[in-house]
Write a protein that binds this ligand. Structure first.
Ligand SMILES: [Zn+2]
Length: 215
């Protein structure tokens, strides 16, 4: 027996579609990379995810499926979940309030992950958009974890699991991309956009800071 309604599944698929087309228009899924998920049920854990290998700039009736906690399709389907679905379920298992997880590959998140990969985190501070992550203290400083890009996906999922910080809704994978999450699709999108702004700003700041007027 299904533990969710047809409407719940449709709503999750619609949310995924909206986020997918928005991010695709920004070029955040190069070469069919990236994947998105929305949680449908916590107990048992059931998640709507993007199917593997699809062109994310278009919408078709076969773009999403529901998987269980073992990353297996929950309903009969010819679609395959992305191999990286394991990282999504690892995040849902460890961050119970997460309702959506978005993963994209961008030049900015790749460069930041490589620049600071050796120290395993990047520290950002004094930025308005830190509020976009739900962190409101004045002068807030955030530390975003970076893990190595292991080819073995269970090992990669385990590495992500080990650095999860409930205060920071994202983890970078070195020269690969970011996983960002939130309580729902709206919040996950806000977090992802905030991270990407902060990364782009930081990279551009590194390029122009020598131009800053000395007092
Ligand atoms: Zn990826």
């Amino acid at each position: 027996m299904s533990t969710f309604t047809h409407e719940a599944r449709q709503l999750a698929f619609q949310q995924l579609d909206q986020a997918k087309l928005t991010f695709a228009a920004r070029g955040w899924f190069p070469g069919t990379s990236g994947n998105l998920s929305v949680k449908i049920s916590s107990s048992p854990l059931l998640v709507a995810v993007t199917a593997s290998g699809k062109d994310k700039t278009i919408s078709t009736p076969n773009d999403y499926l529901v998987v269980d906690a073992e990353n297996k399709p929950y309903e009969a389907t010819s679609l395959k979940p992305s191999a990286e679905t394991q990282i999504h379920t690892a995040i849902y298992r460890n961050i119970p309030k997460a309702g959506a997880v978005f993963h994209v590959h961008t030049i900015a998140n790749n460069l930041i992950s490589e620049l600071y990969g050796d120290v395993s985190y990047v520290t950002l501070r004094d930025q308005e958009l830190i509020k976009g992550l739900g962190i409101w203290e004045e002068g807030a400083e955030i530390r975003i974890p970076i893990v190595e890009n292991y080819a073995d996906i269970p090992k990669l999922a385990n590495a992500v699991e080990n650095v999860l910080d409930p205060r920071i809704p994202g983890v970078l994978i070195r020269n690969h991309g970011i996983y960002a999450w939130g309580g729902n699709d709206f919040e996950a999108k806000r977090h992802l956009e905030s991270f990407e702004f902060l990364f782009s700003y930081h990279l551009q700041w590194l390029q122009v800071r020598h131009l800053a007027v000395q007092a």
